[in-house]
Design a protein around this ligand. Sequence first.
Ligand code: C5P
Length: 407
Amino acid sequence: MTLTGKRVLLIVAGGIAAYKALELIRLLRGAGCAVTPVLTRAGAEFVTPLSVQTLAENQVYQDLFSLTDEAAIGHIQLSRDADLVVVAPATAHILARLAAGLADDLATTLLLATDKPVLVAPAMNVRMWQHPATMANMTSLRARGVIVVGPDEGEMACHEFGPGRLAEPAAILAAIVSLLAPPSRPLAGYHAIVTSGPTHEPIDPVRYIANRSSGRQGHAVAAALAALGARVTLVSGPVAIADPENVAVRHVETAAEMRAAVLAALPAEIAVCAAAVADWRVARAASEKVKKKPAGPPPSLDLVANPDILAEISTPSPRRPPLVIGFAAETEHLAAHASAKRQRKGCDWIVANDVSAETGIMGGAENAVLLITATGGETWPRMSKREVANKLAARIAEHFAATGRKI
Ligand code: C5P
C-alpha cells in the first residue's frame, strides 16, 4: 500500500468526466489512501453523492452552509486535514474561480483556505481548454505551484477532438503517489559511470568487428541507479534501444572511444562495466573499402588487444571509484571463472551470467546471475534484466549505507 496513512481531499466538479472520479476514488482507496470527497453542485448532476460516499467510505461534503457539517468539522479544518487537495475533474469554471481566488461554494472556499499542495486534473471541451482565458488561468495557477495532470488528447464526449479529456485515473494516481510517497533516493549525491552495449571495431569504412550484446542489461542498470537518485553517465556502444531517461549518455563506437569517455567521466563513486567490449581491434583499419580480389587469398586481419577498461579503472589510484563492478559472461564453470576474473581485473564485485547458447541470455530479456563479492557468491533466480538491474542498484545502495563510504 503505497499511500497508507495519507489523506486526500478530493473535489469532484461538474463535467461528464466526473464518473472517472469514482474510479480514482477506488484506486486511491486500493492504495491505502483516505479520501474525503467534496462534490460541487454541478458535480452532483453527474455522479450521485451516494456513489461517491460509498466508494470513499467517508462522508461526502457538499454544502458550505450545512450546519451539521460545520458542527462536526469546520471548512477551514477540512481544507487542512488532508495531505493533498485534488480537483478531478477540474472544469474551466472551477479553474477560473481558483485562479481568481473566488470562494462562492464549499469547493472553492476549501481551495482558498488550504495550506496544502493542490493538484488539478482539467477536463473540458477542447475549445474551452484552448481559450486564452483558460490558458491564462492555467499559467497563473502553475506559477502559484498548482500541479496540473493532463488533460489528455482524444475524442471528447462532444465528438470534438483534441486536448481536454480527463487524464486517466491511473495517471492521476501516479502523480499523487509521486507527490505523497516520493521514491527513496539513497544514491542522491553519488555519481555512477555505466558502460553498456557492444563496441564496433572498424576493419575499413564499411566493415567492423562486433558482438551480439544488446545493451539491455547495462541500460537497465543505468536507469535503476538513476531511479535511486544517482547521477549517471552511461557510456554506450552502438545499440538499437532508446537512451534511458534521467541519464547522461555518451555514445561511442570503439573500445578506445569507450575508454576515453569513461576516463573523462571520472571521478565517480560507482562504476559498472556492463559493456561487451571487443577484445581485439584491427591493427590498422583501412581508410578505403578493402576490395574483393578476383583471384588470390582473402585478406587476413591483423588483430591487436583492446584496452581493458574495467581493469584500468580498478587499478588502485586516487581516482579509482570506491565500488567497481564488472560483468562476466561465461559459458562454463561460472563461479570459478567469475571469481578468477574478479581477482584478475581487480574489481570489487562481478555479476556473472551463463551465456551458453541454450540460456538465450545474450541479447535476450532475461538474466540468471551469480553475484561475486569479496565475501563470497550469491545466486539470484532467473529474472528480467530490469529486475537484475533493480536488485543490483539496491545492493549498491545497501553497500554504501553499510560502509558509509562516499567521496
Ligand atoms: O575479460 P572479459 O571480457 O570477460 O571481462 C568482462 C568484463 O570486463 C565486463 O565487465 C566488461 O565490461 C569488462 N571489459 C572492459 N574492457 C575490455 C574487456 C572487458 O571493460 N576491453
